[in-house]
Design a protein around this ligand. Sequence first.
Ligand code: ATP
Ligand code: MG
Length: 381
Amino acid sequence: MSTLRGAKRVIQDLKRHGYEAFIVGGAVRDYVLRQPLTDVDITTNAKPFQVAKLFKTKPTGLKYGTVTVFMGTETYEVTTYRIDGEYVDGRHPENVTYSESVMEDVMRRDFTINGLLMTESDEIIDHVEGRKDIERKLIRTIGNPLDRFNEDALRIMRAFYFQSKLGFQIDRDTRDAIAQMKDRLKDVSMERILVEMIKTLQGKYLKMAFQSMITTGVSKVLPGLHQGIEYTLSLDELPFVDVFFTLAFTLNGSVPSEWTFSNKHRHRYEIASALARDNKEIDAMMLYTYGIDLCLLANRVTYMLNRSKNRKTEIEALYQNLPIQSDLDLKLRATEIIKLANRKAGAWIKDIQTKMVIEVINRRLENNREALIEFVKTNLE
Ligand code: ATP
Ligand code: MG
């Protein structure tokens, strides 16, 4: 958490020790737009070790000249003025060079709307016509867009993120450069792309961003998302992150291996999109096997695709009424099955338990001791 008030205290302390410091980036942009601030970043000519002498700090990004300053209960990212070196592999700048000039620090930033500075007395300093672009609602790179996307193609994704968040247009030259440079996204790590994609999916103006991704051809560079992006444009309601990915991968036919989802999320999208593709009515056995979340996700997606009606309430009730949630709920323990069968433990136990589960879930067998004992006896012959 960080606030403007706290950031101003950090700036005052830095200035008292003879350094320059400004609030920079998203916080100034959102302040001008009277939008709620996320985090407040500070840029200064003080070097990280000098910042560390004045505050309680943690070295969060020393390679890039960033330290986190603790001020009361709040934290601030304080970064030394810098000029970025080459972005090798479109990852992070290979090396950063500190600068003595705030002007140079502003010029390395991505878009004019993110290049504003603010002093501790609320004065806005604008070296890049960022204010004008905020007024015109324009996303425009600082400097030549081809050069800037060439340095770091992730900025392409960031343009869409800001469009989705703010509802601004992307300036014509910037948009043309995106269309021209889109294949460079292949050099950017998928982790970084995914971060911006997820942020984009949470924006109020997602459809504008999706439209731009299509016009510039970027939708086709994002593995497996093109059809999902096109389809989303026809929807009245915006999909949540998980719903969007599941929808896209349902239409695509698979979850592309390039995406660096966590195992949990990859599993989620794989199962839910496979269920949605099969488009079978969710039944008790599917709920038992995959759980309520994945089944509801699949239902939501087939419904959005007009392939099924919305069976949410029905599915929830079906889940509530499952006779068992797991084979541990069977009223006959494995040890008792072994005794009854008079055989050594082995894979056969799992087999018979699975049979019991199927019968119980389908309500052809009651989950009570007597019925299950009877079932074991007849099924062991
Ligand atoms: P948000 O509201 O999402 O926090 P933000 O503008 O603060 O938006 P951050 O990702 O927090 O965005 O980055 C902070 C600032 O760092 C940006 O405003 C921009 O000036 C600069 N920046 C971030 N990423 C890049 C990049 N890839 N290239 C150039 N400048 C960047
Ligand atoms: Mg930020």
